[in-house]
Design a protein around this ligand. Structure first.
Ligand code: SF4
Ligand code: SF4
Length: 471
């Protein structure tokens, strides 16, 4: 991978420090922990895996540079100025640096604590604040998400999306609006209407009793993936509960520095999902799963919840971890001959270390050939709400990912995160030569149901073409 330093990083984040944050960035006793900062030995091994460093070749947009800024801010040598905030804002939170760091630096905890201080002590300019507030007014609420998704489907299905993209007006729309429009999720009415049943039972005695997170974006946009998840888990011998009333996990807010509301959502979700007869909490969305596994840390300072949160977190498993532990009934998986590129979602591979399990689960499907994507460790640009808040670098990373996917000429691509599926589908385009995208569990489900691979690919390709995803 070569660096292309001709690309221009975004301008400094606009805004001003609140209170005394101009002199001292972090409130006393708050901000990243000193021993975590000191763990960085400035070796630079993380730099080539950092997507923003790959894009811009700028030290302060690398993990090492961002940690240095945190260090200076913590020592009171710099205040919370717009330039420092810009470098932290442009981090995707992809955690590729956590994987590549030989010294075990917990960059995930460092950026989380830093962003919480930025949210508290930096007044963003009104337009930026409105975009952020709008995103968090809708995204963590699956009913509001559904209310937004339905008009998007109508916009696409009516041909309005295609007409707009081909009109002169499209070129005159603000860049940010065009980038966001391009992400209009590629979903069907079935995807919106379907959902996991509240209770799914296996054919025989359950081998595991699991509670399933249905999510907010996942439930609103990929309800069919949730339904497939419940079917596949039941086929592997699990009793699956998916309570209708369950809170958002708080992942999007936590990654954006909105820690107090993320903590409140964590408490509610623990109460919604956990119980003495639940063996595992199963999550099919990588970003949510990594946050649920961190609940013990998130609520460590809350005496009423710390113990319960740690016990809950210990039960959390990504869907593929559970499936890899179990066996489908002999002969149940039927051939699905296709060449599949598996995309490692950052919050699965880097944040949870789950790489082998999805591949092992997919490799069980007769006839399915797995292929690896070049530069797989580099984020696709989705990263929670990053593609809404930083649409230009997100689109650039999306183009890079799409180029790497096309280099291995797959019949289809699988990714275990709704954000990645939306981002990669939009980046790959669809008009001429679509690459159908799936959650891995949809392919396991299709194999268990004996679906025809050619028909499955053709239906998804037709959806992509109708979405006019090519720009
Ligand atoms: S974060 Fe890790 S890999 Fe990166 S400079 Fe610091 S010690 Fe080296
Ligand atoms: S989380 Fe990702 S974007 Fe942020 S510093 Fe680490 S590698 Fe770079």
């Amino acid at each position: 991978m070569s660096l292309d330093v001709t690309r221009i990083p975004p301008a400094p984040s606009q805004g001003r420090p609140r209170g005394d944050a101009g002199e001292r960035a972090f409130a006393p006793g708050a901000g990243p922990e000193r021993d975590l900062l000191d763990a960085c030995v400035h070796c630079g091994f993380c730099l080539p895996t950092c997507p923003t460093y790959v894009l811009w070749g700028e030290e302060m947009d690398s993990p090492r540079g961002r940690i240095l800024l945190m260090d200076l801010a913590d020592k009171g040598e710099i205040g919370l100025d717009a330039t420092a905030v810009r470098h932290w804002d442009s981090c995707l939170g992809c955690m590729a640096c956590v994987t590549s760091c030989p010294s075990g630096v917990r960059y995930d905890l460092l950026i989380e604590a830093t962003r919480a201080q930025v949210e508290e002590r930096f007044a963003r300019e009104p337009a930026e604040r409105r975009v952020r507030d709008a995103a968090f007014t809708v995204l963590p609420h699956h009913r509001r998400m559904t209310a937004v998704t339905a008009p998007l489907i109508a916009y696409r299905a009516s041909g309005l999306q295609r007409a707009l993209r081909r009109s002169r007006l499209y070129g005159r729309l603000p860049e940010r609006l065009r980038r966001v429009e391009a992400l209009a999720p590629i979903v069907t009415w079935a995807g919106v209407r379907e959902e996991a049943p509240a209770l799914a039972r296996p054919a025989g005695e359950p081998v595991l009793r699991v509670a399933m997170l249905t999510g907010c974006v996942q439930r609103a946009v990929f309800g069919d993936v949730n339904a497939a998840t419940a079917r596949v888990l039941a086929a592997h011998g699990c009793e699956v509960r998916a309570p209708r009333a369950q809170a958002c996990c708080g992942a999007l807010e936590l990654h954006a520095g909105r820690a107090p509301s993320a903590r409140e959502r964590a408490r509610r979700l623990i109460a919604d999902l956990d119980g003495p007869d639940v063996d595992r909490i199963v999550v099919n969305s990588a970003g949510c799963g990594s946050t649920l596994k961190e609940y013990g840390h998130l609520l460590a300072d809350d005496p009423a919840w710390a113990e319960r949160a740690a016990a809950f977190a210990a039960k959390v498993r990504d869907l593929h971890e559970v499936l890899a532990e179990l066996e489908p009934p002999a002969g149940a998986l039927r051939p699905l001959p296709l060449r599949l590129a598996y995309h490692d979602a950052c919050h699965l591979a880097h944040a949870q270390g789950v790489r082998a399990e999805p591949r092992a689960v997919l490799a069980r499907i007769p006839g399915l050939e797995l292929v690896e994507i070049p530069d797989a460790a580099i984020c696709c640009g989705s990263a929670g709400v990053y593609n809404l808040l930083q649409p230009e670098p997100a689109a650039e990373l999306g183009r890079m990912k799409a180029g790497n996917v096309r280099r291995v000429a797959p019949d289809a691509l699988a990714a275990a995160n709704p954000g990645c599926l939306i981002q990669i589908s939009a980046s790959l385009g669809g008009d001429g030569d679509p690459v159908p995208t799936f959650h891995p569990v949809e392919l396991v489900d299709a194999s268990l149901r004996g679906e025809d691979a050619a028909g499955l690919l053709a239906r998804r390709a037709a959806l992509l073409r109708s979405a006019g995803a090519a720009r």
